[in-house]
Design a protein around this ligand. Structure first.
Ligand code: PMP
Length: 359
């Protein structure tokens, strides 16, 4: 560095917004040679025959050209494969993370969500300088409809985020409770179905049944986390506004071509998701056999609570054995003593259960 970096630090401190200065940048630990069960990824790669077909598609990709700014071909495939409501429009995002950001940029705040939930709803609110109100889930991590309605009344949120299933708790909220929130909310209600492939349930018909519902999905958990593709379906009146804050070429050429190819082979991904679902019950039984309290999951991960052991000790024991999971102790008061494990291949799950100490 030519300049003394303490000078740069002083300068940055004088202009970077305080709300940003007090944050830490997102950190994801590399698993190295270990087993990565911390990020809700699908553990299976493309089968070899499919990989060859995909490489052929990549060979044709025009890297010298900007991508199709509207992603028309990709949207057509998404509509067909996921049976999106005929009257809806589609918004594409560089992961659903980016869609969360676009929604908050366009709508402003307050932003409301039950907590604990996916942290990016609150983080993004801080990035864009919006008020965030978190409404505690009940002791079993169910949606507390009365508390949600009271918070809607008090805060009059521009947007409510509901993850269905919820991360990190893994459960699907009661539909009646969600409908009450939709009925009371003055603005948009985003139903985030990131874990749809493992849930067997969807609220997609709500897009046509209610004027204020947007459904968000992602290809990440289905086996394509590396592509970074999320999408949202909602009435065109909502999507037209959100389109105004979308960066023109947010979905790159390789992602568009890869996603179209993958969607033409959706059966392969659905079959992988079915394998993951089948393993979920076995991992839950293994956790229970070691004395942990397991919370019911409709996703590709399981939240579990230590009875006596310190969650940090359990996390480190696993890490020493090359198994990376997520320690949620301290992330929210309701998550005291909790850890979250992503469902891997049968071998990976065996390794995890073998390395796991008693609770
Ligand atoms: N929504 C939920 C509920 C999530 O848990 C995650 C990822 N952990 C996302 C959205 C973001 O997914 P992506 O940006 O990969 O589409």
């Amino acid at each position: 560095m030519v300049n003394d970096s303490s000078g740069a630090r002083r300068r940055a401190a004088s202009v970077v917004r305080p709300a940003i200065r007090e944050l830490s940048a997102y950190q994801a630990p590399p698993a190295g040679d270990g087993i990565k069960l911390d990020a809700m990824e699908n553990p299976y790669e493309l089968p070899p025959a499919l990989k060859s077909g995909w490489l052929e598609v990549m060979r044709e990709a025009a890297l010298n050209r900007y991508p199709d700014p509207s992603g028309a071909q990709l949207k057509e495939r998404l509509r067909r494969v996921f049976d999106l409501p005929a009257g809806s429009s589609i918004l594409l995002g560089n992961g659903s993370d980016e869609i969360i950001q676009m929604i908050q940029l366009a709508l402003g705040g307050p932003v409301l969500a039950p907590v604990p939930t996916f942290v990016m709803y609150e983080m993004t609110a801080r990035f864009v300088n919006l008020e965030f109100a978190g409404v505690p889930l009940d002791r079993e991590f169910a949606l507390d409809a009365d508390a949600m309605l009271a918070a809607v009344e008090r805060h009059q949120p521009a947007v409510v985020f509901i993850a269905y299933p919820n991360n990190p708790t893994g459960n699907l909220f009661d539909e009646d409770a969600i409908r009450r929130v939709i009925g009371a909310a003055p603005g948009l209600v985003v139903i985030d179905e990131a874990y749809h492939a493992f849930a067997g349930r969807t609220l997609m018909p709500y897009v046509e049944a209610y004027p204020n519902v947007l459904i968000m999905r992602t290809l990440s958990k289905l086996g394509l986390a590396g592509l970074r593709l999320g999408f949202a379906a909602a009435d065109p009146a909502w999507i037209d506004e959100l389109e105004k804050v979308r960066m023109p070429y947010n979905i790159n050429v390789l992602t568009q071509a890869s996603a179209v190819f993958a969607l033409d082979h959706i059966d392969v991904f659905n079959e992988q998701a079915a394998r993951i679902r089948a393993e979920r019950g076995r991992v839950a039984a293994g956790l229970a056999a070691k004395g942990y309290r397991c919370f019911p999951s409709d996703a590709n991960f399981i939240l579990f609570r230590c009875r006596e052991k310190d969650a940090g000790d359990v996390f480190r024991t696993l890490l020493d054995d090359g198994v990376v999971i997520k320690n949620l102790d301290g992330a929210h008061p309701a998550l005291a003593g909790c850890l979250r494990v992503t469902i891997g291949t049968p071998d990976e799950n065996d390794r995890f259960l073998e390395a796991l100490p008693g609770s």
